[in-house]
Design a binder for this molecule. Structure first.
Ligand SMILES: NC(=O)c1ccc[n+]([C@@H]2O[C@H](COP(=O)([O-])OP(=O)(O)OC[C@H]3O[C@@H](n4cnc5c(N)ncnc54)[C@H](O)[C@@H]3O)[C@@H](O)[C@H]2O)c1
Length: 332
């Protein structure tokens, strides 16, 4: 594993994971150029580094070739995090085009730089596969193409294949990381950032917590510092080259349990007020949820020595404190 200072390109740097990865890379002495068009991220996520000479922010679109033509090509590693997620609010065409075109541009750039490329993928690619826990060899069971939510999983599966095709044809090392529900400070405050922020906001404001479906669907949530340690080690450790790695915690909770836990940790009196909301009412169209989602994380531990350490109780407590302070400042 290398410890010499390296030069990183991070896409999606102003987003949730990107800004925490930036903290980690700068703290370790590396130099970072971050690209983000701030369509979903926030400049405030990275402004604490604006005076650091080892960081430069490029506000540009990753789907455009001229974004990368304007950059040097002496990078040691590209970490590609910019993406559009499940099209709950946006359009499936954004998810598909940004994730396809952007990843192709990034991989071409990595070839020009002759450098390693770490690509963000998602636990969503396991889809409706009921056989948890998911190892990296587990099958992707994707629903109908008429259900727009699967466009995200399909776009990420395409990105994974594209990455390995570039590795084969151009001999650059690639690593694919499948994240499982990361949460923490700087998360997006809508469903884009996951259920935590929406539930915390409801609890802090004395509102009913909206749960989609029956609340018995399960997830495994990972505190952001644990996710970022996995990204960091994957980037600097050649043991990750050519691998697909699940990054997450393997503690499984139902969404109902998550809501109740947030209510308890927020110090609110009484029972949590819960409303079960049918999926169609917020998507306006057909939606399919994933029933259970739990990773097998043994490969990550074996290859990189990284295991999620922060408990859900501790992580949520820190996230609630951050969200209180952030919204008190106006949420910008
Ligand atoms: N957070 C999670 O739990 C999670 C889970 C699974 C997968 N992922 C993947 O990890 C990556 C990072 O997720 P995140 O939670 O930090 O998301 P995020 O939305 O907070 O960050 C993504 C960033 O990409 C930027 N971006 C989007 N389109 C762009 C474009 N065309 N050009 C330039 N920048 C653009 C956004 O402005 C945003 O700052 C994504 O690829 C996502 O699919 C995240």
């Amino acid at each position: 594993m290398t410890s010499r200072p390296q030069k990183f390109l991070v896409t999606g740097v102003a987003g949730f994971l990107g800004s925490h990865l930036l903290d980690r890379l700068l703290e370790a002495g590396h130099t970072v150029v971050g690209v983000d068009n701030v369509s979903m991220g926030r400049l405030s996520n990275v402004e604490h580094h604006s005076a650091n000479p080892r960081f430069r922010l490029v506000q540009a679109d990753i789907t455009r070739k001229d974004t990368f033509d304007a950059l040097d090509s002496d990078f040691d590693c590209v970490v590609h995090l910019a993406a559009f997620k499940i099209p709950r609010y946006g359009k499936a065409i954004d998810t598909l085009r940004i994730n396809y075109l952007g990843t192709d541009e990034i991989l071409q750039f990595a070839v020009r730089s002759k450098c390693k490329c770490v690509i963000a993928s998602t636990s969503d690619i396991y889809g409706r596969n009921p056989a948890v826990p998911f190892s990296e060899e587990s099958e992707s069971v994707i629903g109908s193409s008429k259900v727009a939510r699967w466009s995200y999983a399909v776009s990420k599966l395409f990105d994974e294949h594209l990455a390995f095709a570039y590795q084969e044809s151009f001999e650059i090392p690639v690593t694919v990381l499948r994240f499982f529900g990361s949460y923490g400070p700087r998360q997006h405050l809508t469903w884009w950032g996951g259920p935590q922020s929406v539930f915390i906001d409801s609890v802090l404001n004395g509102r009913t917590i909206p749960i989609h479906g029956d609340g018995q669907q399960t997830r495994s949530f990972t505190f952001v510092t644990d996710t970022v340690e996995g990204i960091y080690q994957s980037a600097v450790n050649p043991a990750a080259n050519g691998e697909i790695i699940n990054l997450g915690s393997n503690r499984e909770v139902t969404i109902l349990q998550l809501a109740q836990l947030i209510h308890r940790l927020s110090g609110q009196p009484g029972e949590a007020k819960i409303e079960l909301v049918p999926y169609e009412s917020f998507t306006g169209k057909r939606y399919e949820d994933v029933r259970r989602r739990v990773p097998d994380v043994s490969l990550c531990e074996r290859l990189l020595g990284v295991k999620a350490k922060v408990s859900l109780e501790d992580g949520l407590t820190r996230t609630i404190e951050w969200q209180k302070a952030f919204t008190a400042k106006g949420g910008k």
